[in-house]
Ligand binder design. Structure first.
Ligand code: SF4
Ligand code: SF4
Length: 537
């Protein structure tokens, strides 16, 4: 079975090598409309097919979901899933139960949500990626096991589904074909949320079955709880990194800045996604330059997890998320600080400001806020002064879903860009209607097996098209000019970095990406040298 329109949710258990094949993709606009402008998709290796679940669409996200070798193992796998399903609908799942139950009970199958989904659109509307395909599979399983009608009447009440290793494993894989961007939820006339439902499927796999992508769990949350950071950076390495940043700042700007660490009595604790220190150190360095020039009373923390605001648990496992959140609050409390400011990381915004608030109680809590309103305040009140001519090249803005659609922080970042970038232009659509970068919900850091192909070719495709649209004039008239995609989010930057490399867009068309604060520092009137350097200039 592979032709998209023939696939139905009840087919999820069908004994075929691949339930669906991605044959055609949304055509990209010029100059990417020609043959040879992007790599072809490859078949998964035979050894992967026998070891993992490649039978959904050929991609493998769950590198810890291994095929059973005995029928007992298969039975145990199915039973654990059913046990987990029961727990989702228990009162103890109090943060998620209501939206989950509503989404299960009230879908009108109107398909308004389908058109909102970039994965569905990127695959020329492949049935497997229709938001309610996944929900309907889940709904059928639920009905079969947990409703009196489903147990007795089966297919007559929509519980027509076979349950075995293949069907549950495919559902697990399907839960990792969704970026949890919740653009679909925003459009649903009934307010139903297929993203939350997907999150809940991931939760069963992790909390009940011990199955989650290695990049998120073992090399993500577990490593963070063990060493202090999902990057594996311990306290000593963090302190070394800060010294390195100070040297870099001096070399680039001539300024001797002592970056404050563990400063008691600071007004706020600034936290970064620790990936920034390793992949984009110019970003935390830019924060330090701006905050020092503005004379703010701030600090970083060197405590366990106090220097890494990552919380991958929010994508797959509430228990893990809560453990990380508590440690992050603790780092602030140790310094007597009651205000944490989150740097440029989207999921850390949602994890720190929204999710952590719901997962903690009373004195555990610390006030957490976004860096973006603070940065805009520094611009608006002229505590910092800028020469926009220094940023006189085309700039567009990616809206990280977690910050913008999920939290409603829409204006500060674009107000700043309007003030400091004369050639700023919006993507279409933008703001709360933005499309996900394609790296959301952990995809940006999931690099195992052939999953990067899914991300680069499919889940980021709509964002790449938006970037091409934003620079459409320059892509024809001025391919050499620097073009800058501003993405104030660490994970989005990771996805955009890999996307630009996959499509060779930097080499071919001089398209670059980076954060917001780097553009701010680049435009500071007090800085003599450019802060941003572009390799192709
Ligand atoms: S949450 Fe985003 S990726 Fe997932 S189904 Fe909805 S629109 Fe598609
Ligand atoms: S828009 Fe809402 S009601 Fe309509 S199909 Fe999607 S989830 Fe169901």
């Amino acid at each position: 079975m592979s032709h998209s329109s023939e696939i139905q949710p009840k087919d999820i258990a069908k004994p075929v090598d691949k339930l669906g094949e991605v044959y055609s993709l949304m055509v990209l606009s010029a100059p990417y409309d020609k043959e040879g402008m992007e790599p072809d998709l490859k078949e998964p290796k035979d050894s992967w097919k026998t070891k993992f679940c490649a039978s959904l669409d050929g991609f493998i996200a769950l590198d810890t979901l291994v095929r059973p070798s005995t029928s007992e193992e298969e039975d145990e796998f199915v039973q654990k899933f059913i046990n987990g399903l029961a727990k989702l609908f228990a009162d103890s799942n109090n943060n998620f139960l209501q939206p989950l139950q509503l989404t299960m009970d009230y879908c009108a199958k109107c398909n308004t949500c389908s058109e909102a989904c970039h994965v569905f659109e990127a695959t020329n509307r492949h049935e497997l990626y229709r938001p309610i395909f996944r929900s309907e599979v889940f709904r059928k399983i639920y009905k079969k096991y947990f409703t009196p009608g489903g147990k007795l009447l089966g297919k007559f009440v929509g519980a027509d589904i076979d349950i075995n290793w293949e069907s549950i494993a495919r559902l697990g894989e399907l839960a990792y074909r969704c970026n949890l961007c919740r653009r679909c939820a925003q459009t649903c006339p009934l307010g139903l949320d297929n993203g939350t439902l997907t999150h809940e499927i991931r939760k069963i796999f992790s909390q009940e079955m011990g199955i989650a992508p290695t990049a998120l769990h073992t090399k993500g949350t577990e490593l963070q709880l063990k060493t202090g950071s999902s990057t594996g950076m311990n306290k000593l390495a963090f302190l070394d990194t800060i010294e390195f940043l100070e040297e870099e700042i001096e070399e680039k700007t001539g300024r001797k800045i002592k970056i404050p660490i563990d400063k008691k009595g600071a007004d706020f604790l600034l936290t970064h996604n620790a990936g920034e220190y390793l992949a984009w150190p110019e970003n935390p360095a830019a924060f330090a330059i701006l905050f020092e020039e503005a004379g703010l009373n701030w600090t970083l923390s060197s405590s366990m997890i106090g220097y890494d605001n990552v919380n991958y648990g929010i994508w797959y496992d509430d228990t893990m998320a809560r453990k990380v959140a508590l440690q992050q609050f603790e780092a602030a409390k140790e310094l007597g600080i009651q205000r944490i400011v989150i740097g440029e990381c989207g999921h850390a915004h949602k994890a720190g400001i929204v999710s952590s608030d719901r997962m903690t109680y009373g004195e555990d809590k610390v006030r957490v806020e976004s860096c973006l309103p603070l940065l805009w305040e520094l611009v608006e009140t002229k505590r910092l002064t800028f020469n926009p001519e220094k940023n006189n090249f085309p700039v567009t803005l990616h809206d990280p879903c977690n910050i913008v659609r999920h939290m409603g922080i829409v204006q500060p970042q674009r107000n700043i860009l309007k003030a400091i970038c004369p050639q700023f232009r919006e993507m279409t659509p933008h703001g709360v209607d933005n499309y996900c970068c394609g790296g959301g919900s952990g995809f940006a850091v999931m690099q195992s097996l052939n999953f990067p192909d899914f991300r680069n070719k499919i889940s980021t495709r709509m964002k790449f098209q938006q970037i091409l649209n934003a620079f459409d004039e320059e892509l024809v008239t001025n391919t050499d000019i620097v073009k800058y995609v501003c993405a104030p989010c660490s994970n989005c930057k990771g996805a955009i970095r890999d996307m630009l490399e996959y499509y060779q867009a930097t080499d071919r068309f001089n398209i670059h990406y980076g954060g917001l604060v780097e553009l701010m520092v680049n435009a500071l009137t007090t800085l003599e040298q450019p802060y941003l350097t572009f390799t192709d200039e």
